[in-house]
Every structure is written in C-alpha cells, then in structure tokens.
Design a protein around this ligand. Sequence first.
Ligand code: DGJ
Length: 534
Amino acid sequence: MRATVTRLWLTVLMTAGLWVGSQIAGAQSDSSQSLPQLHKQGTAVQLLVDGRPFVILGGELHNSSASSLAYMEPIWPRLVSLNLNTVLATVSWELLEPEEGRFDFALVDGLLDGARRHNLRLVLLWFGSWKNGVSSYVPGWVKQDVSRFPRMQPKAGDNAEVLTPLSDTNCTADARALAALMRHLKQVDGTRHTVLMVQVENEVGLLGASRDHSPPADAAFGKDVPADLMTYFQSHKGDLIPEFRKYWEAAGFRTTGTWTEVFGEGADEAFMAWHMARYLGRIAAAGKAEYPLPMYANAWLVQYDGEPAGRYPSGGPVSKVLDIWRAAAPAIDFLAPDIYLPDFKAVCASYTRSGNPLFIPESSPGPERAFYAVGQHEALGFCPFAIDSLPPEHPLNDAYRLLAELLPVIVQNQGAGRTCGLLQYKQDNEQIDFAGYRLEVSYPKEGKDTGYGLVIATGRDEFLVAGSGVGIHFSARTPGPRHTRILQVDEGRFQDGKWIPGRRMNGDEDAGGWRLQLSAGAPGIQRIKLYRHD
Ligand code: DGJ
C-alpha cells in the first residue's frame, strides 16, 4: 500500500508537477498488495478493493447512529434497499478509549459484522480530537484535564472546548488511539477488507476566530514560517492554488519571515492550516504504520466568496489551502469536500485541482450529484449525509442501481478522457466538447426536474449515455465528412456487465434522428451509434 501510494503521488507529481508526498516505499507482502488502496489509471485515481477498481456508491450515517448496534440493526436492510455499496460510519475516541489506555473494540466489531451480513463495505470516520470545529468526541479523561490537554483560545486567556493542535500531548494521545484502532482492524479485517478507508477527524478548524491565541499558538505565530512550507511554496510557485498564492504574492514572494511577513492577510489561516494538517498528518501516519488504508480529511466549506476564516473553521482543508495541507500532511491521501452548497459543479472543480482525487463524504442527496461526480470527475465515491433518514423509495435508489450496473464500463474507461458528466444548474442547455464531438445538451425548462447524466465514449462514433432529463445532439469535431447523423439509438441495461438492449429509440424518441433523449424521472441508459457523410 505504501509503495502504491508513493507511486500514486509520484505519478501525480510527474503529471501535474505538484504535491510532495513523502511516503517511503516499504517492503511489500502479497496481502498488502490486495489491501484497499489508491492507484493511478491514466489521469484518474481509482480505489482498488480486492485488486479491482471500486466506486463508492455510499451514504453517511447520522453522527450517533453507529454508537449503538441495536439502533443500527433495522438500518442495515434499509441501506441495502437504497442500493448502497458502502456506509460511512462514526468511530469515536470517547467510546473507543473510555479510560486511558483501555480500548473497547466491541462497537467496531459489531459494525464490521453488520456490514458484512449485508454485503456492505465501510469507511470509518474517526471522530477524535475534533468534529466540526469542536472537541466534543474526546474521552471524558481528556475533556476534564484542561491543563494536560490544552485548548485553543479564540480570545487570549479564554479556553474553548476545542483542543489546540499546538500540543504534542494532544496529538500523541489521539494518534495512539487511532493506531490502536488500525492495529485492531488489521487483525480482524486485514484479509476481509470490509473497511476501505478512514476519514481522519471531521471538518476540523477553529470557529469563532481566525487563529488560536493560546500561549503555545501565540509563541509559534511569532516565529518564522517553517522551512518545509517555504520550500514547498518555492518549488510549486507556478502551480499554487491562486486564491492563496495571492497572499504570498502581495507580500513579495518572501522566502523567509514570520507568518505575517510571508502571508500578510492570509497569515492566520495559513498558520492554522499548517498546524491542523501537521496534527492530522501525524495521526494518519501513526494509523498507517499499523494498517495502511487510504486516509483523507474532509472540509466544512467556505460558504460565500469573502467569508472570513473563523466563520468557517479556520485551518480546515478548504480548497484554497490545499497546498499547505499537502506540504504539511503527506500521510493524508486527499482532501474531500462536504457539499451542501448549491453550486455542486464549482465545488467539485475546486477540489480536483493539482491532482487531488474527488471523494464526497457528505452531500445533499440528489442523484444528479452522484452521476455528475462520477461522470465528470471520475470520483472515488459519493455519499449523501443522513443516509439513514432517506426512505428506500428515494430517487437515489434508482440512481445507485443504475450506476452499479454501469460501474464495470465506467472504471474501464477512467483516466483516458472518455467520460464526462452532465448537470443542469441555472441553465437549460449547454455545449460540451468531448471525445472529438460537440455535445449540444438540452435540459428541462426551469421547473421541478433537474437534468443530469454521464456520457462514456465507448468506441469509435459510439457513446453510452445514462441519466435523466437530457437531450443530446452530437456533431463530430474531427476532420472528416461534414454531417454527423444517428445510425441507431437503443435503450437498455447492463446485467453482469453484459448489454441487454431494449427499445430501438427512433421517431419521436430521438426527435426524428436528431438527438438522443432520456426522459425525466428515473434514470435510464441509451447507447448511440453515429455515422458521418458529406
Ligand atoms: C456536517 C458534519 O460534518 C456532519 O457530521 C453533520 O454534523 C452535518 N454537518 C449535519 O448537517
């Protein structure tokens, strides 16, 4: 796994010229080769599970659901009927280590058992030092010992209920607990691979101020920016995320100096991001030393342009500080957005910069989001939040069923510019240049239906289109005969990877040979073949 991640980042580094992953290739055993791991196929990053590409069609449970196995029992079958393949479930520090040094794995074992009985995989969410900018999930023995486990101070002299990342004691205690969890997972799941990945903490950062003003934080803020971060910025100067590079530029691209001297207006957030990321990176490294599953950090997003850090958690992995996180935390494999904002496309685009693979651990539940993320960004997975509240007849059900049918074709075509996503957002048509063709896409007029889909270029002049509420007129953009026409359109489905054609779509169903049409409602799949003539 380590070798694979290193290879992955080396490839990312080479293709994008970015990211200084510092994992060191370790000795490989056969069993570590088949661990869930990230792997590069062309330009895409895939999650390999038991050696095969796997796309997470998931959902995240409410925060407290997985704290009771009895509570979970009726939920498992509901998740199955929603056609999920993976569940994101909390494992909290307070329940894992109720007394210092005594670990209780009963809940974790029960979750593994529940998932396996229902043929589901798990991503575990480690709610340790922080969850949504506060430290409410730390064990009582940590909560009550403020002098041993120091807090952040949004206002100097006033402890919040939030651990400071500038404490070795805090980090070591958390890392020891995550390491214990990973050691246990290796023992009980090292060959079954029910658990695919681990989220380290949840939506970290400081709320209420742009930086920690506790004594150790104030002392560190007065010192120079660490050389490692300066080296990263200098060696990636041309490719840095522009929203943050601008602060460095405004300060004259200084190569040494205090946080304020180097990052000016961005100093507080840069400082917080560095320390948060270092802390999470240390925890992740300790966990991976026991059992090297992919690990990521998720973000509470900036809610509007110009929102000040501290109103959203300052130092959290928002996309503008991607570079700082990368420099500080090579053991964190990627950063993941929790997307409740309406402009889903923009958020996805902002998290696929400089080689960051897209994984969406939380989102509102629209099926259109799943199609777009997988089609446009070859996402590792999509997981609406509060999945246990969705009724089995929710539209996600049909969307996941259909995506699951298509997954073998999708993963086979990843990494080569052969898939794209369609998502209606404030428009009723758009033009997309894709795989040598221009796609003129029409969506329903503003109303209750949202058009969405994905397109896969499966062969010469041949496409698979899956989705709902879209019409597509194709015209070739490559040299050759002038007119592009429809040879045939079939609706159909995949069964065990095999295409089973249904109706031949002609006449009203393809606008008289003009465009492929997927009607609104439950998504469908159509295969179109084109030809050209003068
Ligand atoms: C985002 C958090 O990450 C989740 O754990 C949950 O609290 C949701 N917000 C609630 O909307």
